[in-house]
Design a protein around this ligand. Structure first.
Ligand SMILES: *Cc1c(COP(=O)(O)O)cnc(C)c1O
Ligand SMILES: [Zn+2]
Length: 443
């Protein structure tokens, strides 16, 4: 088993290499982002069919650590970590379900939702965090001096970091924009024992400070600038292919903020292509909130000049990011996957959530952004009736209950709650109940 991987500068002209256990986030030569590169020649010594058999055999079993949706692909993800240092709560293997009713409503009957929020801390961030925290444990086991792991967060990264650090017995520090995350997201790191620092700024402001703090190499940075997380998150595309009997769908729609996830999903498809498991690439659609849409503007300019934006407040708080860290990686991926960027207004995302929920989902606002983008592209004929479409649902709706309560009470500022469903308050007697039934159950 000579599987190996290393960190490599993302700049084509530089390509400087570093060991995976180095505490480094940007290239020392040129300052660019880093990426994890695998020894691809070694990986193709095993046939596509053999890889498929291995992953199928390990799926959902309890043998450590391969029962995890991430670690069942350990050779493709992070062979450098020894099994005894892996910190896993058997994340991944989330369900991919056929959204039959919503699909029929919009005229795309082959519509599927990948519920990445059905996970340990309620978002896809668990997939990357298991890899990052495992590597921290590996570094410490090899004598490295790391006092704590830290991140700036729009709520879900901190929840995942806290949980995985707590499971491993490591210290964690989370920097959160005060009053800009949901109560559920705030209570997660508090419960898991993190040092929680609520700052009077936005995500971009928290990010600046955590970068300064982590210049001290004993505090390890867990933001998606740290490319280890991408390796875990890329398993989403491999899992989707597995759930479709090792085929890629035609279109994937993903909400994007810092743009790590879209980079990860593309990376997973490219690796499957290299190994010979798939031969067709899906079209990748990145969906942004109109209030935080730097990638959308960049796309509309024909990928010409990129300008960060000052992100305005959005219900899709996890993607309220004006200066995405993984921009270059995301653009590279979108160019390879016939990529499109679409945006959704607050009204559109709230309505899309409500519409999805009316067909049995319980969507978070980011998934609403993705659904709204899908609806627009279907209306314009850019997604066809015959396409097999997967929408990546990034978090569990239960993390965003206040948003749903406000929506159904028609309490969201500047939003008309066209699908509001308020409870009817009626006296406790049979006549009134029967009257209410007759009134509301007519078709
Ligand atoms: C982090 C997050 C996103 C955005 O992912 P990026 O990798 O930053 O683009 C979207 N939705 C939810 C729920 C998230 O937590
Ligand atoms: Zn470099």
């Amino acid at each position: 088993m000579g599987y190996s991987a290393w960190l490599e500068c993302f700049d084509e002209k530089c390509k400087a290499q570093y060991d995976l256990t180095e505490v480094i986030y940007n290239c020392r030569e040129c300052g660019s982002l880093l990426q994890v590169v695998h020894d691809r020649d070694e990986l193709i010594k095993t046939s596509a069919n053999q890889w498929i058999r291995t992953f199928e055999e390990r799926k959902r079993k309890n043998s450590w650590p391969y029962g995890s949706g991430v670690w069942k692909m350990k050779e493709w993800v992070m062979p450098r970590v020894e099994n005894e240092n892996i910190v896993s709560m058997f994340e991944g293997e989330s369900n991919l379900f056929w959204a039959e009713r919503l699909g029929k409503e919009i005229g795309v009957p082959d519509l599927w939702i990948k519920l990445c929020g059905n996970s340990h801390t309620g978002s896809f961030k668990d997939l990357g965090m298991t890899v990052l925290v495992s590597m921290v444990k590996q570094i410490i086991a090899e004598g490295g001096d790391i006092r704590a792991v830290a991140c700036a967060s729009t709520g879900d990264t901190s929840a995942a970091l806290s949980a995985y650090c707590a499971a491993a017995g490591l210290n964690s520090v989370v920097f959160l924009p005060r009053n800009k995350i949901s109560p559920e997201q705030l209570i997660q790191p508090i419960s898991n024992g993190s040092l929680v620092l609520a700052l009077d700024t936005d995500f971009d402001g928290c990010m600046k400070i955590v970068q300064e703090v982590t210049n001290d190499n004993t505090i390890y940075l867990a933001n998606s600038k740290n490319s280890l997380r991408i390796e875990g998150q890329k398993t989403v595309s491999i899992e989707i292919a597995q759930q479709f009997d090792w085929n890629a769908p035609d279109v994937i729609v993903i909400p994007g903020g810092n743009l790590g996830n879209i980079s990860a999903i593309g990376k997973g498809f490219l690796l499957m292509e290299h190994v010979g498991i798939i031969s067709k690439r899906p079209k990748i659609v990145c969906a942004q909130a109109q209030n935080a849409n730097p990638l959308y503007k960049h796309y509309k300019s024909g990928w010409n000049d990129f300008e960060p934006v000052a992100a305005k407040s959005t219900l899709a708080s996890a993607i309220q990011i004006g200066d995405p860290v993984s921009l270059k990686k995301a653009v590279t991926i979108l160019k390879k996957f016939d990529g499109v960027v679409e945006q959704a207004s607050e009204q559109e995302l709230a309505a899309a959530c409500a519409r999805g929920d009316r067909t049995g989902m319980y969507t978070c606002p980011h998934t609403g952004v993705a659904l709204a983008a899908l609806f627009k592209m279907v209306d314009r004929g850019e997604i066809k009736k015959s396409d097999k479409v997967v929408v990546i649902s990034t978090a569990h709706g239960l993390k965003f209950s206040q948003f749903k309560i406000d929506y159904h009470q028609n309490n969201l500022r500047d939003i008309i709650s066209e699908h509001a469903n308020e409870p009817k308050i009626i006296p406790a007697n049979l006549d009134d109940v029967k009257k209410a039934l007759d009134e509301h159950l007519k078709n």
